[in-house]
Design a protein around this ligand. Structure first.
Ligand SMILES: [Zn+2]
Length: 77
């Protein structure tokens, strides 16, 4: 599963499209090959904030600012 989103850089105001690949469980024994889209930003998951909120971060490709944002998801990331 891949999540997509958009975040505006807090420093240079550029609009950054991102994609996040949710790690798959190995238990179902049937790995689905997933191709990540190119030209996107891949944020990393920092920590879980609550049941449904996750803190993500990425570096802006334009100004190199470290951006953090909160992603809300019903499924466990
Ligand atoms: Zn920026």
């Amino acid at each position: 599963m891949i999540l997509y989103g958009n975040h505006t850089c807090t420093k240079c105001n550029s609009s950054n499209e991102w994609a996040y690949l949710v790690p798959q469980k190995l238990s179902n024994g049937n790995l689905v090959a997933t191709t990540l889209p190119k030209h996107k930003i891949y944020p990393r998951k920092n920590r879980r904030l609550s049941e449904t909120e996750y803190e993500m971060s990425y570096r802006c490709p334009k100004c190199d600012e470290l951006n953090k944002f909160t992603y809300v998801s019903d499924t466990y990331l």
